[in-house]
Every structure is written in C-alpha cells, then in structure tokens.
Design a protein around this ligand. Sequence first.
Ligand SMILES: [Zn+2]
Ligand SMILES: [Zn+2]
Length: 365
Amino acid sequence: MEIEAAVFRKILEPLSIERVEIDKPSDREVLVRTVATGVCHSDLHVIDGLGRFQLDRPIVLGHEGAGIVEAVGSGVKGLKPGDHVVACLSGFCGNCEECLSGHPNLCTGAIVARSDEALPRLSQKGAPFRQFLGISSYAEKMLLHENSVVAIDPEIPLDRAALVGCGVLTGVGAALRSSGLQPGQTVAVFGCGGVGLSIVQGARIGGARRIIGVDKFASKREMALRLGASDFVDSSEEDPVKAVRALTGGRGVDHAFEAIGDAKACRQAIESLAIRGTATIVGVLPPEEKIEFPWMAIRPECKVQTSRMGSNRFRTDIPLYLDFYRQGRLKLDEMVTKRGRLSDINEAFRAMKAGEVARTVLSFD
Ligand SMILES: [Zn+2]
Ligand SMILES: [Zn+2]
C-alpha cells in the first residue's frame, strides 16, 4: 500500500515528501497508522551526516511515533487492531544476555529490522528504502516488530504519548533509572532541550532538593523553571561551573547530567560535582571526541557514567511515565512547544537548531 513519507536523500538537504510503498505485516510485525510523531535531535544528526549517524539512503527518518494498530501478523500476541501504541527504538529480542539480565535497552540481539534477504518494509517503485531504527515515524504508517511497541491507555492523547517514546523516556529515565539519584540530593542539568527538560522533570519527580538548569539559550530559562528547575544558569553569560558551585554554597552538585552531546559540557558537568558526586552523560558525542579535564578538577570518589535511552524497560516504563502524566507529575502538554503537519518537517528542524523549541510534534489526523 502507498503512504506519504518524509524521505532523506542527501546530507544537509531538506527532507522531501514522497509516496512510498509499505509492506503488509509478516509474522511478528504490526502495522500502525501514525497519529503523531515528535521531532528528535537524532534525526537532525543524520541529516547533518554526523559520525555514527551516517546511514544508507534513501531512508525514512523519525522514531518518536505513536498511533493506532491497523493490522498484526499471525505470530503477534498481546496486540490487536485498534490498540493505541507508542513506538520505541529500544526494540528488544528477549533472549540476549542484556535482555535476560534486565537491561533490554542494551539489547544486542537485533530483531527489530527485517533481514536483508527479506522483502523491505519500505520501498519505492521496487527500490528498497531504509527504515530508521526499526520505526520510521515520519510517515502515515509504520511497520514495526511487536517488540518495538507498547500498548497504552487509549485515554492518553497520542500527540503527548509520542514524546515518551524517545526524548522523555531518555530524560526521565536518566534521572530515575540511570543516575542513582536519591531524594534530597542536588542536581545540575547541562542542556535544556527536550531531553534536558525531561531530566529536570525526572529529578523533580525523584525528589531532588535543588535542580539547576544550564543552557546557552536564555530563552530556555522560563521553560526550565516551569518544569521543575529551581535555578537557571545562562552559560553564554557566565561560567556554569562557577555558577553551580555558587548556588550550592561551594559544594557542587550530587548529580550532574549532560544532555547535549558536547565535550565541553561534559567537562563542565564533571567539574560541577560535589565530593562523591555522579556525572551522567546522556548526550551522544562524535565517536572520536575526547572529554578532557585536569585531575584536580574532579572531586574525590566521583563517578562518570553514560545513560542509554534512560536505562529503560520501555514496556513498563512508558505506561509508568504516562501515569505520572495523568497524575500531573510529568508535564507533557508544556513540552509541546510547536505543532505541525508532515510537510512542516524541515521547519521543525530549523526551529530545533535555533533552540526555539522543546519539542515539535507533527500530527497526521
Ligand atoms: Zn530520539
Ligand atoms: Zn536482547
């Protein structure tokens, strides 16, 4: 069947809206009518051709999608047409060592994509198209492995739920699942985009006593404070390490998070730590990038760790975080700062680059 999709063909060039063929679901696949998709930074990295994000083309991008199941393959259990679902790029096999030890976000048993011998899920006039992260949500329909989706309460608006598939899952999970944050601790978040603001929210939900948002765009201040930050540091105006220390009586913070993917911000996060503090690097750096800091800058017994997709077990975490939303603890309405249609995709990337938005959500209805 033919669908409309935003196709990426050339690095640094706008995506083009094209007619694309999508296959029927086989065995363990689900066909989902896309209702909404968030526009995430990782897609922009692909368009910019950065490091590990150099992918074969043409490819349909987008990975923060939510929608309604239209059809399921004969082997699918627990999902049926009409179910509301959120897609997640942490599709898991359920059999590898990481899955079996309770860390499906680190699954090494690639099953979310079809094999190269099989018919492609997406194509155009017989030529195969690549699918992005087993999802490709910048399209009217998504064909996914059942382990790439989770069914959610149909009462939850899908344009809000979509965000929890990537950015919110990553940020809230970094605070609640990866970092080891304890109630009453202090937090600094470097980078207040969609992921950073979700870390701020996760830290608030997790009971942090003080949450310092740091961003080079002063425009992020109001949003950070509204979503739970107690303080905001404009890093284009002042040295954020000094500012974080000043705000914590010279001690530094128990937890610093880096949510940009920038070596300098990583160093600043590490240098902002209190004794026995933990820096959690959530952003993705270019593969050859080095994070350097003087030995004296790191306080005794500090830890530096990374977080992948909020250490999620998304089949349980997405419904949990949506419960927080329903209870008013997780703010998603405020995170959607711009809306549009699929044809607005290139404008959404421009606004993201300019630091104008927490999230753009594209709707298909
Ligand atoms: Zn993402
Ligand atoms: Zn696995």
